[in-house]
Design a protein around this ligand. Structure first.
Ligand SMILES: NC(=O)c1ccc[n+]([C@@H]2O[C@H](COP(=O)([O-])OP(=O)(O)OC[C@H]3O[C@@H](n4cnc5c(N)ncnc54)[C@H](OP(=O)(O)O)[C@@H]3O)[C@@H](O)[C@H]2O)c1
Length: 315
């Protein structure tokens, strides 16, 4: 089968298409013919080997997992002897963490994999899991409740577009912060209020919130602290300093930093997402779609940190 591989850490050009052996499912495994996958910021981190500490998971000198790709949607090609939930021909979507930028990938039946919502195309279904799972992990740390006020900073990214839609599902009052060109988009995702960060600094407008969700890793607890109500929570998606702040603020002060590290990719979250989509409470946001062959170009675009929602690869 064809797969996107890399044997060294480095810029997007280290990626190439190669013929590799098709994986064989274990007894509890499902072989999926991938129809669509994505390039995420996580994939870019694994590929570059930066920050260096990420290599503790992927190999210090060179990548142990040659095939990247976190998200997928496709059809079940074969199942192991013990599989009961899926059958050949089923349309499925999920997140494999590695290996999805390929024609085939194997996943365990009990992994983060579910039946595809009927209303979705493969491209749309491939573009929903990672952002939702990362945003859910953060929002759960804040125990977001009905009527609470949350600001989502970086609302136009993969995690941000998920954060806005999930916070609305949890019946919070959502203020979305993004660039002028994305204001309409975030309103269409359900934001109650919007702030154009090119015109206004939300930390200086006198508003306060129960939760500040920095969905794009560009803000800081120090700058957002004044925008938090007493007992409020700052949710970062990035930054090693924030890990120290999680410990520090759990003991000192009445505003805290909470973070989900490492992210937890669980089946129950993909099933939750499937139900959300079926109920019409969640939609995919796709910026660009490239054929698998153009993975280097797609990756370069993701690394501009300017994508709106998600970047899809069709297989
Ligand atoms: N915790 C984890 O396990 C984990 C996993 C994956 C990613 N991450 C981190 O999570 C963050 C978000 O990832 P993502 O995939 O959602 O990002 P993304 O989709 O690449 O975010 C891009 C979006 O961010 C907006 N943006 C860029 N600079 C901005 C700024 N200064 N202020 C406000 N918005 C800005 C861009 O819109 P504009 O047009 O407005 O610039 C664009 O729409 C990244 O820092 C990534 O490293 C964490």
């Amino acid at each position: 089968m064809r797969a996107v591989v890399h044997d060294t850490y480095g810029p997007p050009d280290v990626l190439r298409l190669e013929e590799v052996e098709r994986p064989i499912p274990e007894d509890d495994g499902v072989l999926i013919r991938v129809r669509a996958t994505t390039v995420t910021r996580s994939d870019c981190g694994w590929r570059s080997g930066e920050p260096f500490v990420s290599r503790l998971f992927t190999g210090i000198r060179r990548p142990r997992r040659r095939i990247l790709g976190t998200e997928l949607a496709g059809e079940v090609e074969a199942v192991g002897a013990a599989v009961t939930e899926f059958a050949v021909g089923d349309r499925v979507f999920g997140t494999s963490l590695f290996g999805a930028n390929a024609e085939f990938v194997c996943m365990s039946e009990s992994g983060p994999l579910a039946h595809m919502p009927a209303s979705m195309s493969f491209e749309e279904a491939a573009a929903v899991c990672d952002g939702v799972i990362l945003a859910l992990g953060c929002l759960r740390r804040a125990d977001l409740r009905k009527g609470q006020r949350i600001v989502v900073y970086g609302a136009s990214g993969s995690i941000g577009t998920a954060g806005v839609q999930l916070a609305k599902h949890f019946e919070a009052h959502v203020t979305a912060v993004c660039n002028t060109k994305n204001l309409e988009l975030v309103r269409s995702l359900g934001a109650d209020e919007t702030v154009d960060y090119t015109q206004e600094d939300f930390t200086k407008n006198g508003q306060t919130y129960e939760v500040v969700f920095d969905a794009v890793g560009k803000h800081s607890f120090r700058r957002c602290k004044g925008s938090l109500k007493p007992g409020g929570v700052y949710l970062p998606t990035d930054g090693w300093l924030n890990l120290l702040l999680v410990l520090w603020t759990s003991r000192i002060g009445n505003k805290r930093v909470a973070m989900q590290i490492p992210p937890r990719y669980r089946k129950q979250d993909v099933v939750f997402l499937e139900e959300l989509i079926e109920a019409g409470h969640y939609r995919a946001v796709i910026d660009r779609t490239y054929p698998l062959e153009d993975v280097v170009e797609a990756t370069r675009y993701v690394e501009t940190e300017q994508k709106t929602g998600n970047v899809v690869l069709t297989v």
